[in-house]
Design a binder for this molecule. Structure first.
Ligand SMILES: [Fe+2]
Length: 346
């Protein structure tokens, strides 16, 4: 079941993340060993299909049976991420860290989720500290870890944060995989690192791998053709400062990104890149529209309100921009006291 669950995840089959677990629920109960893990997987599927309240309840129930299940912790962390409950998310992950962070292969990813919350608050030094000590403490060649490292550095770079030589170290770890063309989701994350490091020869290699894969008839052929290759081209254009081209390349593919797998939270890096490209290209109306999508979906996110403020500034609407910035500050202040962030507020 776990293998199928991870398969559904990698294939972008959100509804099956949920429904495959629902198929077996009638055959399990508290008396059967492993029931907590089934609930933890079901919780993640519920979250990825937007059923947040049920996801959180199910995840919490899973943890009552087995508080050390990192996937159930992760499912609830996703709920908090999607609902913009930043204070709750930090509290959730830090208070339970002894349960999920010790001797566990998924720990780097739950640390990545914690870093996402700190990113919302603009606490970049803390994000880099988590990156250095928890997400990328050693130069491993584990693709899952490199994916999270690449995405986090890219998100920091979108905010103009100088990440030092971290890009070079990460790009060097991706380099041996650059010709594989095995999974478009990974290739796109390799592209973040190679572009970040300014390794243009590496960028060409990954682009070539995606082009070859795009000719194939299998699942990764579809992913590379429909999602991976356009994203890779957009990321490279962004890295070269060709922001209008990056934006125009991302616009037609933004609604299909789920087809190459991963979670909503992971794929949001694509939408953030699109919005940043629009801002840097001076496409104020598009940036404003994209920012409006984000604030509508996640009203308590300081980041979304700051992006809105930048878009309004590019439109020459200084007063509205100031109001958006004040809203960002209000939400950040309210959420720094975790108890004030409730489900209702989200
Ligand atoms: Fe996740």
């Amino acid at each position: 079941m776990q293998t199928a669950h991870i398969g559904d995840f990698a294939l972008g089959q959100s509804t099956l993340l949920r429904d495959r677990m629902a198929q077996v629920l009638p055959h399990w109960n508290d008396d059967v060993p492993g029931y907590g893990y089934v609930l933890g997987m079901h919780a993640f599927g519920l979250e990825e299909t937007g059923l947040y309240a049920r996801a959180e309840d199910t995840g919490r129930r899973a943890l009552e049976l087995n508080r050390r299940d990192p996937w159930a912790v992760h499912a609830v962390a996703h709920v908090m991420e999607m609902q913009g409950r930043i204070g709750d998310g930090i509290e959730w992950l830090t208070s339970r860290a002894p349960d999920w962070s010790i001797d566990n292969g998924l720990a780097f990813h739950n640390w990545w989720h914690l870093a996402l919350h700190h990113l919302e608050f603009g606490e970049h030094a803390r994000v880099l500290e988590i990156y250095d000590t928890r997400i990328r403490p050693a130069p491993t060649s584990v693709a899952l870890e490199m994916v999270d490292a690449s995405a986090m550095l890219w998100r920091l770079s979108l905010r103009g944060v100088d990440v030092g030589t971290r890009w070079q170290a990460l790009a060097a770890a991706w380099a041996p995989l650059a010709d594989d063309g095995y999974y478009a989701f990974n290739d796109v994350h390799a592209m973040f690192a190679l572009v970040g490091a300014g390794d243009w020869a590496g960028v060409e290699r990954v682009t070539g791998s995606l082009q070859r894969a795009a000719q194939e008839t299998g699942t990764n052929g579809m992913m590379s053709r429909d999602v991976g290759l356009p994203l890779a081209r957009a990321i490279a254009a962004f890295g070269r400062g060709q922001y209008a081209e990056a934006m125009n390349t991302l616009l037609p593919v933004r609604a299909s990104v789920h087809r190459f797998g991963g979670s909503h939270a992971q794929r949001d890096v694509v939408q953030l890149t699109l919005l940043e490209a629009a801002l840097r290209a001076g496409k104020a109306a598009q940036a404003r529209a994209l920012a409006a999508e984000r604030t509508d979906l996640k009203r308590t996110s300081p980041l979304n309100w700051r992006l809105t403020a930048r878009a309004l500034e590019s439109q020459g609407r200084a007063d509205d921009a100031k109001r958006a910035r004040d809203t960002a500050d209000l939400h950040a202040a309210a959420q720094r006291t975790p108890r004030t962030a409730t489900r209702e507020a989200a």
